[in-house]
Design a protein around this ligand. Structure first.
Ligand code: ATP
Ligand code: MG
Length: 210
């Protein structure tokens, strides 16, 4: 689905060849500063390679309209933005940005359950804890229901048990709906339990993790 050919970005990424398969759960691990976030940003065209080419289903990303691409390839950043307003407002904002119809309150309540957040839709999102905000942001991108989800450390603020619930939800959603998940994590243990494939970022390159 994604193919990298001789891709260089600053002195951060140097990948001669990498393919990422569709309809799989791929985890990306590697030391802090190894280029994991940069790799995800390349995949949804937030940034572009200095040298080389990335293909999406055979088409160079360079020739795909960024807005169109980001309807199908959605990234949840490492420190997601929570906007002023209620949990509901924050869940709906991804759909609004991508000019899609609103979800009903019933659908939003189901989504809160899926991300294991036991709060009311009306509650202000401001006072939520870091981990609760992380789950609101995750609900926001899941509502957009993209073909490809790029998640940057979605469980960094979660306890072990909540992390497990969230990864169970994410991986079963991916596998049951023919979606593609590419997820950065610091947790090798989580990667080993959930991934079809693990890529390790090292010295700018992307290696198969053992
Ligand atoms: N736009 C940029 N210009 C210059 N250097 C950058 C830029 N973006 C990131 N870097 C540097 O590139 C390296 C890789 O950054 P990146 O954010 O991809 O790492 P990471 O693997 O996600 O780390 P972490 O686990 O801490 O989130 C870091 O040394 C970072 O400081
Ligand atoms: Mg990062």
């Amino acid at each position: 689905m994604f193919v990298f050919e001789n891709v260089k970005y600053k002195n951060i990424i140097d990948i001669s060849k990498l393919s990422i398969e569709p309809k799989k759960v791929t985890f990306v691990i590697g030391e802090s500063g190894s280029g994991k976030t940069t790799l995800l940003r390349l995949l949804n065209k937030m940034i572009s390679p200095d040298i080389g080419e990335i293909f999406y289903f055979g088409e160079p990303l360079a020739s795909i309209d960024s807005v169109k691409l980001r309807r199908n390839v959605v990234m949840l950043s490492q420190s997601p933005v929570i906007f002023e307003g209620s949990i509901k407002d924050n869940l709906l904002i991804g759909l609004a940005f991508s000019e899609r119809p609103e979800a009903s309150d019933d659908e939003l309540v189901v989504m809160l359950k899926r991300v294991n957040l036991h709060k009311s839709l009306k509650q202000s999102a401001d006072n939520l804890s870091g981990g609760e905000k992380q789950r609101v942001a995750l609900g926001r991108v899941l509502l957009m229901n993209p073909d490809v989800l790029l998640l940057d450390e979605p469980s960094s603020a979660l306890d072990e048990e909540t992390e497990k619930l969230i990864f169970d939800t994410l991986t079963s959603h991916t596998r049951n709906n023919g979606k593609t998940l590419i997820c950065v994590t610091h947790s090798k243990r989580a990667a080993r339990s959930y991934a079809d494939r693990i890529i390790e970022m090292k010295n700018g390159g992307a290696e198969e993790a053992v």
